[in-house]
Design a protein around this ligand. Sequence first.
Ligand SMILES: *Cc1c(COP(=O)(O)O)cnc(C)c1O
Length: 386
Amino acid sequence: MPFTELQSKLDERAEQGLLRSRRTLASPQSPYIIVDGTAYLAFSSNDYLGLANHPQLIKALQLGAQQWGVGAGAAHLVNGHFDAHHQLEQQLANFIGKPATLLFSTGYMANQGVVQALVGKADTVFADKLNHASLNDAMLLSRATVKRYRHGDTAQLSQLLSQVQSGRKLVISDAVFSMDGDVAPLRELLALCEQYDAWLYVDDAHGFGVLGAQGRGSLAHFGIQSERIIYMATLGKAAGVSGAFVAAEQVVIDTLVNNAHSYVYTTAAPPALSVALLQSLQLIGQGDELRTHLKRLIAQLRNGLSDLPWRLMPSDTAIQPLLIGDNKYAVRLSEGLRERGIWVAAIRPPTVPQGTARLRITLSVAHNEADVDKLIGVLHELAKEF
Ligand SMILES: *Cc1c(COP(=O)(O)O)cnc(C)c1O
């Protein structure tokens, strides 16, 4: 058995400050968590609207379970597609302003399904180098030719697009980059897709519910809409529950229903989750005041950290990474914060490029100004010590 070999790989990782491990929460997701019996003020979740433990969503999930039970019991194409799924798909289509949507069990699966169903060997995928790992995996699995462009570099993308004469072309980008917090130039990407007759696949995991009027996401934020945009958003981040959906033209959705393996060959998500998500969608739509509060917290944090030796990355979203660089140093800082009661995750390669380890600070509407002040104060203490 090659156990010693596995162990030596893990030891190697540990040596480089790259070993990963889990911590077990003993409380619901919120800015105030309990881990290993200790209370922490947390700045690490993607629960941007504080919905993961919202009383109205808990109630909706309970009612959903009473009405539909706890499990779907089958795949959507067998007999696992419920009225609750159907209602949610329709409301999401209205909310995003697309003709149709399709639910997936996770964002990871949505990305595998869409890319694999839409492109193959004869086709080309154009991808931002900082796209999420699930998109990178998806394009490799699709067997399409892959061309990656420098982060946000539309000039390079234009050049790459101009070199491909045959097959389908699919441009793929995070809308809000998950480890950087900056926003993709979606307007320019769409213009290039029009010029070169390509599709644009937008992963809005961190924009849906947060950006745009009523939280309608990155397309609303930029005021863009096009048949050639295929939109994906996840439902386990700002929406507070679990799952994902793809919004597109009906013919695209029909293609996914028929060809996307991660849709066809898996048990449907519990319909009770869709009942909770219908409630979540209402709260998102009514949440403009919450989003204004979030913007204020973002400004407060950026002001408060502007004189640190470490630099905040250029972002005006709820993702506010503090660039550290060295892996072990980032881990030590994260531990230093923890010793002072604050939970911020250190993000290291391969999740981010070599030499760009960072503290990924995320803000939520569930934080208040005193919470952000506390983080600012403790980071300044650590800056003096380190
Ligand atoms: C989290 C995330 C995903 C995966 O979504 P899950 O529902 O968590 O599987 C996909 N893309 C991006 C950009 C993400 O941040």
